[in-house]
Design a protein around this ligand. Structure first.
Ligand code: PLP
Length: 392
């Protein structure tokens, strides 16, 4: 008997449940076609919406920054890690988002954890959509504020909570994802902003899957609804559509001033490496120059969704390039994903506990990098596997 036997028992339990997995290994860049475990497959599972993860201009910017600045920032931002590249990135991002200020973090997860914790405290209430991302849930826990969860996108439930609880707190912060990552549906931001005005609440939108995807030229879900300047905290990632790594808050200047003093990831974790910062600046420039990439993304998404629907697949309530192909039963969902891989198409199966029991799905993530040939190849594989397994 060893001290770590409790972990062995946990892992055995995963194996018994059928949820134990080995990580697939990608032997090259994240692109439309990848070398997964030594096999070429069409990649329908990344968040690389615009295909920027291996874009020549970003690679070149990263190389030049590495030559000039080296590979590491050398310190947290509040000591000497605040390289001028970071200041430049924040300036251009604020311009792009048309908000007063931007504060960058090392990842989207870091950003949520650091920001939520810094802007609310134990006298406050956070009201959160039940399907919000795990990093929001962690940020809420660390903040020590009280929390109340409203049913997904249910504005009556949200209002009921505000009516009941608003008066008992100093600040109330309403938090929602902009785009929900498992279903690809949008938050009802105009209604949320109305309720926030009526009940004097702060608003926080995590737009990880909306930045670079929705709105004018990829300016995000807030821009899509024309609510610029009306959300107190807009979170974006630099890891998804932007193709690199990092997260940011777009906000009023005063929020930035406070975060630079109190957001723990800025005080206690080393700043972004120069190569990543420079590549991100280049990505934002590309987005500001042209809508070519966002248009191609939506064209691919429309094409693939139409193809799936015409074969008779159920794609749920998706309004974005996130396309869940609803299968239902857990084992069948995983089987569907395995069979697709046999056919040369990688789509991850998503099952309980990530989504509710009986709502297993294969989640297709479209990208501007896909060619029509990739998409047609994948649609043929979906048709074949769908018929084999009696889904269509
Ligand atoms: C992916 C994601 C994050 C985390 O972003 P990273 O930059 O990968 O850490 C945060 N929030 C939401 C809603 C996400 O989908």
């Amino acid at each position: 008997m060893g001290k770590l036997d409790y972990l062995r028992e946990n892992v055995e339990m995963l194996k018994a449940e059928g949820t134990y997995r080995k990580l697939p290994v990608n032997h090259g860049p994240c692109a439309n076609v990848i070398n997964l475990n030594g096999r070429r497959v069409v990649n329908l599972s990344s968040n690389n919406y615009l295909g920027l993860a291996n874009h020549p201009r970003l690679i070149d910017a990263a190389k030049r920054a590495t030559e000039h600045y080296g590979v590491g920032a050398g310190s947290v931002r509040t000591i000497v890690g605040n390289q001028n590249l970071l200041e430049e990135l924040e300036k251009i991002l604020a311009e792009f988002k048309e908000e007063e200020a931007v504060t960058c973090f090392q990842s989207g997860l870091n950003c949520n954890i650091g920001t939520i914790q810094a802007v609310v405290s134990k006298d406050d209430l956070i009201v959160s959509d039940e399907l919000n991302h795990a990093s929001i849930i962690d940020g809420i826990r660390l903040s020590r504020a009280d929390k109340a969860i409203y049913r997904h996108n249910d504005m009556e439930d949200l209002e009921r909570i505000l009516q009941e609880k608003r008066a008992a707190y100093r600040n109330v912060l309403i938090i929602t994802d902009g785009v929900f990552s498992m279903d690809g549906d949008l938050a009802k931001l105009p209604e949320i902003v109305e309720l926030a005005k009526k009940y004097d609440c702060l608003t926080y939108v995590d737009d990880a899957h909306g930045s670079g995807v929705l709105g004018r030229g990829g300016r995000g879900t807030v821009d899509h609804f024309g609510l610029n300047g009306q959300i107190d905290f807009i979170i974006g990632t630099l890891s998804k559509a932007i193709g690199v790594v990092g997260g940011y808050v777009a906000s009023k200047k005063i929020v930035k001033e406070w975060l630079l003093h109190r957001a723990r990831p800025l005080l206690f974790s080393t700043a972004l490496p120069p190569a990543a910062t420079a590549a991100t600046i280049e990505a934002v420039k590309i987005l500001m120059e042209s809508e070519e990439y966002t248009e191609k993304l939506w064209e691919n998404a429309r094409y693939f969704k139409e193809g799936l629907k015409s074969h008779g697949f159920d794609i749920g309530k998706s309004e974005t390039p996130i396309t869940p192909v609803m299968i239902g039963e857990e084992a069948k969902t995983m089987e569907f994903s395995r069979e697709l891989l046999e056919e040369g198409v990688f789509v991850s199966g998503i099952v309980y506990p990530t989504v509710p029991k009986g709502t297993g799905r294969c989640r297709v993530m479209l990208s501007a990098s896909h060619t029509k040939e990739d998409l047609d190849f994948a649609l043929r594989a979906f048709e074949k596997v769908g018929k084999n397994l009696g889904i269509i």
